[in-house]
Write a protein that binds this ligand. Structure first.
Ligand SMILES: C[S@@+](CC[C@H](N)C(=O)[O-])C[C@H]1O[C@@H](n2cnc3c(N)ncnc32)[C@H](O)[C@@H]1O
Length: 400
């Protein structure tokens, strides 16, 4: 064992030690959220199909779009109960981990600080002085995370990294398709490997990486690649850097705005993101896609996992997905979903026949064999969030 072997790097996550009551609360919240997002979702759809839609049809008032469905559903006890439970479960995901983190915080900060000083495993952490966090992150508590991703209460603070990471575990703890961390990265990396067997990225960039959860799994599939993760939030980057060092995955984290980074032209062969674009403003989206076009080497790929756009699903699904706009502090989500990500890639300079927007299977639930059949065109990917993921992106022409 060398002094830099994974076992010797302390595990920042192991400092999270809930008391019996805290643990019980966290498990309760995970189950409550699952009840809202899976069980009550089914009840809601049934109420719409069996009662609301026939009533509207009888009055000759077929809903024209998701807003009309929302107006009809807002009056229903099924929707009011679902929405209330879902809102509170969302809020409690993060609140339920705060006392545990508060207690562990001095040790977490010390751990992250010493790992950042030693940089075991070759990863790095680069934070910017006087960094300007964009308003679309700083103006409100996105996802109802108290303090959002970026807030710093003390020097070298990692609290928001921990709240996001452990609150996220409560959030997905009972979700059938998100139990393992990094499922999106797993799905994209395995799909890319099968779909483009000759594609061997030398450098991979994850935009809006938070703590690198959906970046680290690329190391297993593309071991030759250098991994880079950028985010505007320093606490999540500190936390992610400590975690990656413990896990023995060399990741270069830097605090940067994806709208304009300091990487040279053509620096990356693969640019990815997950759950990112719907959170940035409609002014930032084209800037970020143009930045991707600049950063990609010829022949490079970008693959962004996102919510399916409105045109990709029906009006009822749009009503369901768009709950987050007003209830989950995601004001830009609606505009993003109303746009066409395929056309946004074309507008950013990618060749039309190199752009794509479609679903890929969730690797954890589909498995390697079925994924290969999907790639051969023999199987369809399940719906987004229920065994599939919506992705959009492009390949940069090899000759540019
Ligand atoms: C929902 S989180 C992404 C989650 C993460 N990709 C994952 O899969 O675990 C959105 C992240 O994007 C970051 N972010 C928002 N705007 C950004 C920008 N312009 N540049 C870089 N990061 C940004 C936020 O700070 C936050 O960490």
């Amino acid at each position: 064992m060398t002094s830099s072997s994974p076992q010797r790097v302390p595990n920042i996550e192991a400092l999270f030690q809930p008391t019996h009551d805290e643990g019980a609360r966290q498990q309760f919240v995970a189950s409550l959220r699952k009840h809202a997002i899976i069980d009550m979702r089914a009840d809601l759809a049934r109420d719409y199909q069996e009662c609301v839609a026939p009533e509207l049809a009888a009055r000759g008032a077929k809903p024209a779009d998701w807003r009309a469905i929302e107006r009809a559903m807002e009056k229903r006890p099924s929707y009011r109960f679902y929405s209330t439970v879902r809102y509170h479960a969302q809020e409690m995901c993060y609140q339920s981990v705060q006392p545990t983190i508060e207690r562990a915080l001095p040790a977490m900060i010390e751990t992250s600080r010493s790992i950042a000083a030693d940089n075991p495993h070759g990863g790095t952490l680069r934070l910017a002085e006087n960094f300007e966090v964009p308003r679309y992150v700083s103006a409100l508590d996105v996802h109802l995370i108290p303090g959002c991703f970026h807030t710093e209460h003390t020097i070298d603070d990692v609290a928001q990294g921990a709240v996001t990471a452990f609150g996220g575990k409560v959030f997905t703890g009972q979700h059938p398709y998100r139990k393992r961390p990094g499922v999106v990265a797993e799905s994209i990396s395995h799909w890319l490997k099968l779909r483009y067997p000759d594609f061997k990225p030398r450098r991979i960039l994850d935009m809006g990486t938070t703590s690198g959860k959906n970046l680290a799994p690329f190391a297993a599939v593309f071991p030759q690649a250098e991994l880079h993760g950028i985010d505007v939030a320093a606490p999540t980057l500190r936390f992610g850097h400590a975690l990656a060092a413990h896990e023995g995955v060399p990741i270069h984290f830097s605090q940067q705005n994806a709208e304009a980074t300091d990487f040279p032209d053509g620096h990356f062969d693969l640019i990815v993101s997950s759950f990112f674009f719907h959170e940035v403003s409609s002014v930032a989206v084209p800037r970020i896609l143009r930045e991707c076009a600049r950063l990609l080497a010829p022949g490079g790929m970008m693959v962004h996992m996102e919510l399916p756009n409105e045109a990709a699903v029906g009006a009822y699904e749009n009503f369901f997905w768009n709950w987050d706009i007003e209830n989950n502090n995601e004001p830009h989500y609606g505009k993003f979903r109303a746009s066409d990500p395929f056309e946004s890639c074309v507008a950013a300079g990618f060749a039309r026949n190199e752009c794509f927007a479609h679903r890929i299977p969730d690797y954890a639930s589909f498995g390697a064999e079925k994924l290969a059949r999907f790639v051969r065109g023999e199987l369809e990917a399940p719906p987004h969030g229920a065994g599939g993921w919506f992705v959009f992106g492009a390949r940069k022409l090899a000759t540019t």
